[in-house]
Design a protein around this ligand. Structure first.
Ligand code: 1JT
Length: 253
């Protein structure tokens, strides 16, 4: 399904990352993949994970460092000469901002969360555009806290709202170049980011009890949806936020 397509994957920290599940799904359908990592600490993980994959590229890319972003896209241009899809699975907020009240969010935490978790989407889309010569597809990861209040999610909810809105504005700008932009609103998954989130287990149990499918989502299910969104099967879908949450978001009382 993705034969002869080149993708760039942002946000693999380890094998449990949503970005990694997306990569595996795309790889199984024939895509060639370039991976970026943030900080030297994570370089070894991604190098190990991709050691048996053919024709991959692994480059550093801290989105707060524009020269690293430029170098990452230059490396993709040099190796493949094109880009067909981009998967954005990046978010950050200081730990203290994800507990207690949103009211107490510092200016610094707010700006950091919005810069890394939301601004990075238009930032990367701008660099991707010239490489997406035959059109393309951009997919980002959101969460329910973007539209409803989720205790402790706090400033990340505000950042995800900005991210979902950015998805729509980018879809409008890039539609004329046949570049689609969509978000996946994934149910909670135990990844490195989710580790240390207070009451995560209670939270997962709540979804098991309340969601229509009576279970939580797997990273691979999110990966399969990303595969659909980067493939030509979704050629008329853009600007959307697609829920991959076992139906949790449709429930009222
Ligand atoms: C970040 C973190 C973004 C955790 C995230 C996230 N998007 C989803 N999660 C998991 C989560 C977190 C909370 C939650 C429910 C799910 C941590 C690092 C910063 C970026 O609240 C009930 C807080």
């Amino acid at each position: 399904m993705l034969e002869n397509k080149v993708g760039m994957i942002f946000g693999v920290a380890n094998k449990r990352s949503i970005a990694w599940a997306c990569a595996e799904a795309c790889r199984e359908h024939g895509a060639e993949l370039a991976f970026t990592y943030q900080g030297e600490r994570l370089e070894r993980n991604i190098t190990r994970l991709t050691k048996d994959m053919e024709n991959t590229l692994v480059v550093p890319c801290d989105v707060t460092n524009q020269s690293e972003v430029d170098a990452a896209f230059e490396a993709v241009d040099k190796k493949y000469g094109r880009l067909d899809f981009l998967i954005h699975s990046i978010a950050f907020a200081p730990r203290e901002a994800l507990e207690g009240e949103f009211l107490d969010t510092s200016r610094d935490a707010f700006l950091t969360a919005l810069e890394i978790s939301a601004y990075s989407l238009p930032q990367l889309a701008l660099s991707a555009k010239p490489l997406m010569k035959d059109g393309g597809s951009i997919v980002t990861m959101s969460y329910y806290g973007a539209e409803k209040v989720v205790q402790n999610y706090n400033v990340m909810g505000v950042a995800k709202s900005a991210l979902e809105s950015s998805t729509r504005y980018l879809a409008n700008d890039l539609g004329k170049d046949n570049i689609r932009v969509n978000a996946i609103s994934a149910g909670p998954i135990k990844t490195l980011s989710a580790r240390g989130v207070k009451d995560m287990s209670t939270f997962l149990t709540h979804i098991e009890e309340r969601s229509p499918l009576k279970r939580n989502v797997t990273a691979r299910e999110v990966g399969n949806t990303a595969l659909f969104l980067v493939s030509d099967l979704s050629s008329a879908i853009t600007g959307e936020t697609i829920y991959v949450d076992c139906g949790f978001n449709i429930m009222g009382i």
